[in-house]
Design a binder for this molecule. Sequence first.
Ligand SMILES: Nc1ncnc2c1ncn2[C@@H]1O[C@H](COP(=O)(O)OP(=O)(O)OP(=O)(O)O)[C@@H](O)[C@H]1O
Length: 254
Amino acid sequence: MTPSNDKAIVVKNLEKRFGSFTAVDRISFEVERGEIFGFLGPNGSGKSTTIRMLCGILTPTSGEGYVAGRDIISQPETVKQAIGYMSQRFSLYEDLTPYENIRFYLGVYKVAPGRWKERIAWVLELTRLQAVRDVLTRTLPPGWRQRLSLGCALLHDPEILFLDEPTAGVDPITRRHFWDFIRRLAGDGITVFITTHYMDEARYCEKIVMLNEGRIVAADGPENIIQSACPGKKEATLDDAFVALMAGRGEQTP
Ligand SMILES: Nc1ncnc2c1ncn2[C@@H]1O[C@H](COP(=O)(O)OP(=O)(O)OP(=O)(O)O)[C@@H](O)[C@H]1O
């Protein structure tokens, strides 16, 4: 029994060093089940490294992590079965059709073959890709490939969805539709762990952790982060808070 069964994710003093360089510096945080959790920070701040550890792909140097009640250090393989992961690059085979990509991921996620027909129909409906299921994926617009990638990450009914910059390079309308979709998933009880460089969409997150140089510099709801990083500034945005926190100014006013 881990201490994490009532939480989607528990991280305690998690650290990752590459040689003498510390990419993630003893971070601790918790994510509630069904929460939309934003993980923000500038390039190189350690977001992807943390996600890789939480997904059981990279072994931490020290510390603890529990994802969907599984220990990321002693049970990395069972972690992979409980999570879906979508990267900025969408991880699709461009020379396969959407249907063939879905078939491929059903195998990767070890979905029982008896469920394939139902899961394929479900994901094509969910992603609205039925009409293009047999065209080459590379010919689809980015927003459509994004939907396919997200659908593939959901094929095995994961408890937690990790989205690493899922909206990079897609237009604002597609991003808005994407977020409507994310909220629906969270409403259905899926925990969504998302990184983004777009502060306007980070406002949709219920809780945010901000990283800078591998360390946590803020952990709260978006409104509270704005108020404590930019005190007394009524018009301040999450962008302003981000800039203040990354400059190390935090609570100070200029
Ligand atoms: N395998 C590795 N070996 C050495 N250094 C690494 C390795 N992976 C990541 N790093 C370094 O660790 C730091 C954190 O990288 P990471 O990819 O986690 O940042 P990030 O916050 O996800 O950035 P981005 O927003 O650009 O994706 C960077 O300085 C990166 O160069």
